[in-house]
Design a protein around this ligand. Structure first.
Ligand code: ZN
Length: 295
């Protein structure tokens, strides 16, 4: 079984691992993402060089925060492009690994990576059209349509769709630096913190914050269901560790659709339609391994 290297490059941390799948992960390091890409990429390269000294790697996969350029024929393929994250704009992430390790490199968004791992080993096995969302320090979505990872012009930026915002009920302005109260601006982790002025993990499950959060998340899901007709929606990320959200979101989605889509997935099996990742918080790094396998 060939061994692969994977990097889950997140806005807050890097996870680098070596393995061939969920049952065979052999080495891992994690470190906070700094404002020096050179430093962070250097640490990742050193880790893989060390691993390679023991056993050769067949390829590297990178599932990265974005926006990124995932188009293989583009001169800036493998770059983190216009990110507001300090120090990281226009960083040649995949190219640096490719040059240093002389291995094939698979590269995609963090959410497309997680979608790929859930398709290979998790909650999306056997499906060809589904969405993977992360709700954490940001809100992002990826997935597959007709068996292919979603790309298009660049890649979807589902977190920046606009959803109805009732200012009278929720005067919080949203925090997206580009749009204020877009979906991410209203519903990602920093919005919970900004709206309620506390660490959201300290809010009890019965706090009204979660009902409002479920409402916003369901508004976005309504748009995604209407646009892509996914066979399943997988929701991961730190905010979704609040498991009380799942039944609240399902009830809101059911109410918003209002009987319009008469499919068993929606009418009877909503608890199998909107689900957490089967791979849990390993979906990201396993996504990087899956990208390496496909490289
Ligand atoms: Zn936005």
């Amino acid at each position: 079984m060939p061994l692969y290297g994977g990097i889950e490059a997140g806005g807050t941390k890097f996870v680098c691992a070596v393995g061939s799948g969920p049952d065979d992960m052999r080495g891992e390091i994690r470190f906070p993402t700094t404002q020096s890409p050179q430093n962070d990429i250097g640490q990742a390269i050193a880790f893989f060089q060390q691993q390679q000294a023991q056993e050769p790697l067949a390829a590297i996969g990178i599932a990265s925060f974005g926006p990124v350029d995932p188009e293989p024929t583009s001169p800036t393929w493998g770059y983190v492009t216009t990110t507001p994250k300090p120090g990281w704009a226009h960083t040649n992430l995949a190219g640096a690994l490719k040059d240093a390790l002389n291995l094939p490199v698979g590269f995609d968004t963090d959410v497309n990576g997680a979608a790929l791992s859930e398709h290979r080993w998790g909650a999306a096995q056997g499906l060809d059209t589904f969405v993977y969302l992360t709700v954490g320090t940001g809100l992002g979505g990826g997935g597959m349509v007709n068996g292919k990872l979603l790309h298009g012009m660049m890649h979807p930026e589902m977190g920046h769709m606009l959803v109805p915002h009732n200012w009278a009920e929720d005067p919080y302005a949203g925090y997206c630096p580009y749009h204020g109260d877009c979906w991410e601006g209203l519903a990602a982790g920093p919005a919970l913190r900004g709206r309620w002025q506390v660490d959201p993990t300290t809010l009890p499950p019965e706090h009204p914050a979660w009902q409002l959060e479920a409402h916003y998340l369901a508004l976005g899901l309504m748009n995604i269901i209407s646009t892509l007709s996914p066979q399943r929606i997988i929701m991961g990320g730190g905010v979704m560790d609040q498991m009380q959200l799942f039944p609240l979101i399902r009830a809101e989605v059911h109410a918003l659709l209002n009987g319009y889509i008469q499919m068993p997935q929606i009418m009877e099996e909503l608890d199998r339609y909107i689900v957490p990742p089967a791979l849990g918080n390993r979906a990201g790094v396993l996504g990087a391994i899956a990208l390496a396998q496909d490289a």
